[in-house]
Every structure is written in C-alpha cells, then in structure tokens.
Design a protein around this ligand. Structure first.
Ligand code: SIN
Ligand code: MN
Length: 266
C-alpha cells in the first residue's frame, strides 16, 4: 500500500490518517482468535486496570503470538510508516494490544506519546509514530481515541508524570493547555469497524474516555521509530521500550490470510 502525496500532506497538516476497513474480517478473525488466550496469561507484559482484573494492555505480544508477530511485520502498516517517517529503516519501539474492556476499560489521559518516549526513553526526535489497528468496532460510546487535529505541529509540550490516575504511568498535559489547544483545533474521534487503521504522529495530543458499554474496544498499536532515532536510555523494561534496533523486514501482504487458511485446514 502506497500513500498518495495528498495523504502525506494531510498527515503533515492534521497529524493523523484514517483508513476504514483496511483489513478484511478474516484477517482480523485470525488475530482475535488468539486474544482470549493472551489476556488470560499470567505474565508481566499483561497488565490490569487499576483495582480490577480486567486487562488494560498486553505488551510485546509479537514474541508470544504468531498472528500478532505477523501483524507487527505487515506491509500495509510498515510501508506507509516508512513513507511518513521518510526512511525504509524502521524498528518497532513498542507493540501492544489495548483492551479498553467492556464496563471496566479506564481512561487514557491527554498526552503526546513522544513526551513519554523522550522523557523515559531518551528518544532523540519525534520521528516516530503509531499505527493502530482496530480489532473491534470503535464507536462513539466505547472509548474511541480522541485527537486534537494539528496539535503535533506545536512540538513537544510541557507534561507532568502521572503515576496515579491509571495503572500505567504517563506524561500528561494539564487542562488549561488542552482547553487552549481544543479551542483552536477541536476534537475528532475516528470511528469505524474492526479492521480499520489509524496512523498518528508521535506529537499529536490524544486521549480516550472510559468504556461503560458492553462492547470492548480492542486496538493493537505498532509504535514505529527510525533506526537512526533509536532510544538512548533503558529505564523501562525492554517489553515496553524495545532495545532491538534491527530494521523491520515486512512480510507478504497475504501473511494473515495464509494463517487463516492454515487454521481452516487443520
Ligand atoms: C495510548 O494513547 O497510548 C492509548 C490510548 C487508547 O488505547 O485509548
Ligand atoms: Mn498514546
């Protein structure tokens, strides 16, 4: 998949691009079939919401799930990432599923991902981005991602380390700054069916609300970084901030369909 110059210009202006239904239902089914197993694992990479047993995130799943290993190397995600970041030499800085579980899924406070990558991991520049794949439908009720369009053009904003609101520490932005940014840029919340893809800049300001619905909002995230922008501090576990800076080599476009065919034949 190749982004057009107009799409790249739109990413530069707004800080995100949305592709509804980029993956087919049978490709998503092969991933979703493994999620209950992953969420039931008792291992440090699978973290719970504060005060409940609901899974918040499962990190580093490419190392213990074949379908997710294939997704982490999918050409429909890595190709556009390379175009936007301006390099064919990209590595995976982080890879996780965020569950936003039915009824129990808690907020993600307003933040820029690059703030955490810079403060915690000493990533030199904001030449990294996220590619999010919806494993479940995201609607207006189940805690969709919210963005302030254009906010990435402000660069890295002042942030404070919030270690108490949720079970996951995050560098977050104060309400007065958010109010000012929203006055200027508004808020968008791209919604769509499972299989949709959202690509967003490391400096775009984003958040998501809690999920009070019976519909879990599973999303998997690839955080792609340029190999020449690798992190220089190794404070966080390597399953949160990866230390393997080898350039990714994309698999074939049918890598998930192949797995679907294999499971059907078994
Ligand atoms: C994030 O901002 O890193 C995650 C937000 C979400 O999954 O809602
Ligand atoms: Mn984020």
């Amino acid at each position: 998949m190749e982004l057009t110059p107009a799409q790249i210009a739109q990413f530069e202006k707004d800080g995100y691009l949305f592709f509804p239904s980029l993956f087919a239902p049978e490709e998503i089914a092969v991933l979703n079939a493994d999620v209950p197993r992953l969420f039931a694992l008792d291992r440090p990479e699978v973290i719970k919401e504060k005060g409940t047993d609901a899974v918040r995130s499962a990190f580093y799943v490419q190392s213990y799930s074949e379908p997710f290993r294939r997704l982490s190397l999918h050409p429909r995600l890595i190709g556009p990432g390379a175009q936007v970041l301006g390099s064919d030499r990209l590595y995976l800085h982080q890879f996780k599923i965020n569950a936003k579980a039915a009824f129990d899924g808690a907020v993600w406070q307003w933040h820029q991902d690059y703030a955490t990558w810079a403060e915690d991991d000493d990533m030199p520049e904001a030449r990294a981005m996220n590619v999010a794949v919806f494993l479940a439908d995201a609607n207006e009720f189940n805690g969709p991602l919210m963005f302030i369009p254009g906010s990435h053009r402000r660069g890295k904003l002042q942030a404070g380390h919030d270690t108490t609101t949720t079970s996951y520490p995050l560098w977050t932005i104060d309400n007065a700054t958010i109010t000012r940014l929203v006055d200027e840029g508004g808020i968008v919340a791209p919604k769509g069916p499972a299989g949709s893809v959202l690509m967003f800049h490391g400096n775009i300001v984003h958040a998501s609300g809690s999920n009070l619905t019976p519909w879990s909002r599973w999303i998997v995230y690839l955080s792609l970084n340029r190999c020449d922008n690798a992190i220089r501090r190794f404070k966080r576990p390597n399953w949160i901030a990866h230390r393997d800076f080898t350039p990714l080599e994309a698999l074939g476009d049918d890598c998930l369909r192949q797995l679907a065919r294999q499971s059907a034949a078994e």
